[in-house]
Each structure stands twice: as structure tokens, then as C-alpha cells.
Design a protein around this ligand. Structure first.
Ligand code: BG6
Length: 473
């Protein structure tokens, strides 16, 4: 659709950025924090462990001051379950409550809206040993944790996100270090989708609890959503793209919003004898969730064609899928450039994704992640020139404005990441932040913060409420 005039960003648009606890905080076993699955996993060879990360735990004041300098209206961060409950259940760690009280208060001091993710890839190690999401008790564990969060922080936190990228936990759990398959499991697919079902029920219960305990708060999910194109106009390729979209995207959003399983995925699971078991009451729980908005992470689209029926290996990273036998085969997009780390760059697909989500679910949307991972370099005069990031973000923000002009309801934009942190599996050298952290993979150097060029650029974008997206900083 070609628009003659663009609609402005809403006055209360939440400009900000995101991080997650296990990737940014460090202090991984300090002040009573218990280990999470991320602390005990074997990190990929050549990449940093997660003990120090950006040391946000000790430097949050400096970091929030820098975010305030950029003019942030919102900061999306996650709460480490094991800082609050070292064992995942049981005794609450007062030091953990204190840290997040301080972090929230620091945000509010600068009128930065805290947007809290309740679970971002960091299952308590103690609960991992009890089967993680494969154990039906995981529903109660998560609801208990969420109740503690609502009780302690609900007086100040107005925006909540349940589970970060549940679809990636399900599709690429081993890549991000989160999947536990019980020994002796004979039907892995069924096991994976049973875990997924427990997450669906857990987050639905947490949403209902949030509405009951905090009537003024808003809560939503945060899956990784991006549309998948058919390779050609061959009708078979369109059917394949429908399969792929159902498996990656709609399964999750259909369940969150309508409380129903996507029919295409259900039919596929049935054929594989992999449908999850429902406990009594699950159907009703799913139907009673009602998110207030859809949070979603967007990095890039993908392409697929009709499956030739052979196994291709499935999802290989959050953004790449080689295909599922009988559903679709993944192919490269010849029209798009990629980042230094091989992820395709598709700003127009961002608009397409926003339009598609809105036309299916009609809920306001919050972009909870979007961004470019790159090998940024600190120059001798203490600067980081990252024009590629400015270009990436500018092009994506332009597409949000087009989507707003298409009458899609957008609440805010929180790209990944506020500050450099550790990537899920590619170390600290895959940097995303507006704020550079002076450390390398294994050398902690000074840990000083440095404003990248994109820092100044984003500051201007926020100051003009998105009216000035020009390259000048
Ligand atoms: C998302 C996650 O998948 O993408 C983040 O929610 C992650 O935790 C981000 O860091 C970027 O991915 P990666 O693999 O480059 O760190």
C-alpha cells in the first residue's frame, strides 16, 4: 500500500531497548543467586562463560543513567528466576528482591517504564534436575514464581511479558541451552510438544493471575515472530509456507490469544503420534488467558518451498530452518543481504509481519526485540562507528511507521540490545548494543561503557518521536 502521508508515532510510544538477565547481569552466583541452566551448561567453544557478562548487576546505575541520556521511555529486562528463588521454589532470596527493587526504582527515577520479562531462557538448575518443562509441576513452579513477582514489583511494574521466545525454546532449545529431554524418552517430538504445552498452560495461568492481582497492569507474551514466504507462486509452495508459518508463528499466537491449538500443527502432531496430553481443566485455562497486547521479537523473515518428503534437520538457529519433512523445505532468500553472522536483513518483512499479526489477532503490539549483531570495534579515540546498525534500525523504524499508517496499533519499540551483552551461542563479539562494553571474549579489560554512534542517533530519534530518522547523529 502506498501512502500519501505517513501517520506520526503515537505520543506515548515506548521507545527503549531490551536485555535479559543471564546475558547482561553477570554476578551469576552472587548474593544468594542459585545456578540456572545457563550457568551450568557447556558454552560453545571459543565463547565467554556467563559469569560476568556486562556486569549490569553491579553497574546498573551507570547503565540506566546512559539509557536515560538516550531518552528511553522504557527498558525491557528480565528477572532471573534463581535470583528470586535460588532453588526455583521454596525460600525467597531477599537480596534478589532488593536488586530488582533497586533496578525498577532506578528506571522510575528517570521516568523509564520498566517492562519485565518473567522468563528468558534461564530455568533454575534445581528445576532442570526435576525435569524442567517436561514435569507437569513446572506449571505450578512458574505460577508460584510469577505470584512472587506480582506481589513484590506489581506496585511499580505496569508491563509484563511471560515467556521470551517460547517458540524458540521449542524449536531450537539445544542451540540456546535450554532443552532437557528425560532419559529413556521414546517419542522426542511428543516430549517437546508436551513441554511446550506446559509452557502454554503456565503462561496462561500467569496472565490470569496478573489480571486478578494487578488490574491496572498489562501482560502479554513475547514470541519470536516473522513471516515465512513461499519461494514461488507454485500453489504447493504456498501450502508449504502456510505449514511453516503455522509451525513457527501461529501455533503460539493462536494459543495465547484464542486459547486454541493451530489446526495445521495439531494435524501434523497427530500424524506423528506427538499430540500433547491435556490435564483436566487445561482447555479452560488456555481460553481464559487473554493477553492485553502482543510482544514479539523480530529479526528476519525466511523462505520455504514444498517439502520433498525427506528430513532436512529442522530449525538450526532462531532465524534459520532447513525444513520439516512433509511440511516444508527451507531455502535462502536471493533478494536479501545478511549480517556478518549470516542472518538475513528484511525491514519490509517487518512491516509484513506486523500487518499479519494485527490482521489475525487485533491486539496492540510491542516490539520486544529487533537488532543487528556485529563485530563492533572500539577505536583508539574511544569511539565506536556503527553506521550499519544505524542503517538497520532506521530501515526497520521506517517500516513501523508504515505499519502504523496501515492502521496497525503499535505500542513501542525495544530493540536488542540496550547494551552489549553475551549472545545466546556466539559470544560477546556478536554485539548488539547502543552502549559498548570494553571487554573481549576472555579478557575482561576495563568493562568501561562507551557510547556508540548509534547511541547518539537513537537519542535523536527518540527526542523527535521518530520524526527525524536521518543518518546524522
Ligand atoms: C533472541 C533472544 O532470540 O535473539 C535473545 O531473545 C538473543 O536472548 C537475541 O540474544 C539475539 O540472538 P543471538 O543468538 O545473536 O544472541
Amino acid at each position: 500500500m502506498l501512502h500519501k502521508t505517513l501517520k506520526p508515532f503515537p505520543d506515548n510510544f515506548l521507545w527503549g531497548a531490551s536485555t535479559s538477565a543471564y546475558q547482561v547481569e553477570g554476578a551469576s552466583l552472587e548474593d544468594g543467586k542459585g545456578p540456572s541452566c545457563q550457568d551450568v551448561k557447556e558454552v560453545p567453544e571459543g565463547t565467554s562463560d556467563l559469569k560476568v557478562c556486562a556486569d549490569h548487576y553491579h553497574r546498573y546505575k551507570e547503565d540506566i543513567a546512559l539509557m536515560a541520556e538516550m531518552g528511553f521511555k522504557a527498558y525491557r529486562f528480565s528477572i532471573a528466576w534463581t535470583r528470586i528463588l535460588p532453588e526455583g521454589t521454596g525460600e525467597v532470596n531477599p537480596k534478589g528482591i532488593e536488586f530488582y527493587n533497586n533496578l525498577i526504582d532506578e528506571c522510575l527515577k528517570y521516568n523509564i517504564e520498566p517492562i519485565v520479562t518473567m522468563f528468558h531462557f534461564d530455568m533454575p538448575a534445581a528445576l532442570d534436575q526435576r525435569g524442567s518443562w517436561s514435569n507437569r509441576d513446572s506449571v505450578d513452579w512458574f505460577v508460584n514464581f510469577s505470584k512472587i513477582l506480582f506481589e513484590n514489583f506489581g506496585d511499580r511494574v505496569k508491563y509484563w511479558l511471560t515467556i521470551n521466545e517460547q517458540n524458540m525454546l521449542t524449536l531450537v532449545g539445544p542451540v540456546i541451552g535450554t532443552m532437557t529431554i528425560p532419559e529413556g524418552c521414546t517419542n522426542e517430538l511428543k516430549e517437546i510438544y508436551q513441554q511446550n504445552h506446559h509452557m502454554l498452560v503456565a503462561q496462561a495461568k500467569a496472565m490470569a493471575l496478573c489480571h486478578e492481582m494487578l488490574p491496572d497492569a498489562k501482560i502479554g507474551p513475547a514470541p519470536n515472530i516473522s513471516i515465512i514466504y513461499p519461494e514461488s507462486c507454485r500453489p504447493e509452495d504456498t501450502i508449504a509456507a502456510q505449514n511453516a508459518n503455522a509451525l513457527r508463528n501461529w501455533l503460539y499466537l493462536d494459543a495465547y490469544v484464542y486459547g486454541k491449538y493451530n489446526n495445521l500443527v495439531w494435524a501434523w502432531l497427530e500424524e506423528k503420534d506427538a499430540c500433547p496430553e491435556f490435564a483436566p481443566g487445561d482447555e479452560e485455562i488456555l481460553k481464559n488467558a487473554h493477553p492485553d497486547f502482543i510482544g514479539f521479537n523480530y529479526y528476519n523473515t525466511s523462505v520455504c518451498k514444498e517439502s520433498d518428503g525427506t528430513e532436512k534437520g529442522g530449525a538450526i538457529s532462531q532465524q534459520e530452518n532447513s525444513g520439516e519433512a512433509g511440511l516444508f523445505d527451507g531455502v535462502k532468500n536471493p533478494y536479501l543481504k545478511t549480517t556478518e553472522f549470516g542472518w538475513e536483513i528484511d525491514p519490509v518483512g517487518f512491516r509484513g509481519t506486523i500487518r499479519e499479526i494485527y490482521s489475525r489477532y487485533h491486539l496492540p503490539m510491542l516490539v520486544t526485540e529487533n537488532g543487528l549483531g556485529a563485530y563492533d570495534k572500539l577505536t583508539e579515540d574511544g569511539k565506536v562507528h556503527d553506521p550499519y546498525r544505524i542503517e538497520y534500525l532506521r530501515k526497520h523504524i521506517e517500516q513501523i511507521q508504515l505499519a502504523i499508517t496501515d492502521d496497525c496499533e503499535m505500542m513501542g519499540y525495544c530493540p536488542w540490545s540496550a547494551i552489549d551483552l553475551i549472545s545466546t551461542h556466539e559470544g560477546v563479539v556478536k554485539r548488539y548494543g547502543f552502549i559498548y562494553v570494553d571487554r573481549d571474549e576472555f579478557d575482561l579489560k576495563t568493562m568501561d561503557r562507551c557510547r556508540k554512534d548509534s547511541f547518539y542517533w537513537y537519542k535523536k530519534v527518540i527526542a523527535t518521536n521518530g520524526a527525524d530518522l536521518s543518518d546524522e547523529c
